[in-house]
Design a protein around this ligand. Structure first.
Ligand code: IPE
Ligand code: IPE
Ligand code: MG
Length: 257
């Protein structure tokens, strides 16, 4: 058993998920447990972002998506929204140069509507500066909602049909895929959520059809490189079947015979 576990640990290091997507949750609870206002949790959460981005790069994860603000988060108090926006500004201003030096490409997914102009400019700057980088793609899901993303894709496709540029028969999964914010990005292999909640909260609904899920009880501000490595070990022990039969189970041959 022990041997198996260490083999699994080894394979986690050799074969990390190509795309890891994280629902960073629990900043508010982290603060509340310490008798602090919620924004302390968000600030500490940014430190965890730095730690995990670096650790993911070192572990060889090619695509890392961070859910930083959902379309539903607009329902929070204005003060908290302002604080979250402030922290995003600080993160881009402080960390962009280092991310660029580390050959990280930044992509932003989400709606631009309602986002302050200066944040849009910062996000554009980050994408433009790093667009030729190749070491890792860091995808920031900001003002992101999966249902809205799908609706927008359907509208784009419908408009092409209406203009006579596209046949209805030509609408397929590949076309829908390439009409989403995530065009060109492989589907997440692993979706990790912190703080014990076990739901998607409108995150990557289309893209997660065959993702594995790992739920971590720790709140996001407490996540460290070891916790990430443990989540990857759990992922490495999973068997992905995509609707088929388990590899090496012998069942596949039995069916064919
Ligand atoms: C995650 O922490 C940050 C965002 C959703 C922006 P929360 O703020 O959701 O923290 P909890 O869930 O209230 O503890
Ligand atoms: C999901 O967390 C959104 C982000 C991490 C940005 P929430 O805290 O908003 O999700 P719910 O409300 O608990 O489902
Ligand atoms: Mg939450």
């Amino acid at each position: 058993m022990r041997g198996t576990q260490s083999q699994q640990a080894g394979s986690a290091l050799q074969q990390p998920p190509r795309h890891l997507a994280i629902i960073m949750d629990g900043n508010g609870r982290w603060a509340r447990k310490r008798g602090l206002p919620r924004h302390h949790g968000h600030r500490k959460g940014v430190e965890a972002v730095r730690t995990i981005v670096k650790a993911a790069r070192e572990l060889g994860i090619a695509y890392l998506t961070l859910y930083s603000f959902s379309t539903e988060n607009w329902s929070r108090p204005r003060d908290e929204i302002n604080e979250l926006f402030k922290l995003l500004r600080i993160f881009i201003r402080r960390d962009l140069a280092e991310l660029h030096q580390n050959n990280v490409q930044i992509r932003v997914i989400g709606e631009r509507q309602n986002v302050p102009d200066d944040i849009l400019s910062l996000l554009d700057e980050a994408e433009n500066l790093t667009c030729n980088n190749t070491a890792q793609t860091l995808i920031i899901a900001f003002n992101y909602g999966a249902r809205q993303e799908i609706v927008q894709a359907v509208r784009d496709i419908a408009a092409q049909v209406k203009r006579g540029e596209l046949d209805v028969e030509a609408i397929d999964e590949t076309l829908l895929d390439s009409s989403l914010f995530t065009a060109g990005i492989p589907d997440p292999d692993l979706i990790l959520r912190t703080a014990g909640e076990k739901r998607l909260s409108n995150f990557l609904l289309w893209q997660s059809s065959y993702s594995e899920f790992v739920f971590v009880d720790k709140e996001w501000p407490d996540m460290n490189a070891e916790d990430l490595a443990a989540a990857l070990e759990e992922f490495a022990a999973r068997q992905r079947k995509y609707g088929g039969l388990a590899e090496g189970s012998g069942e596949e041959t039995a069916v064919r015979n």
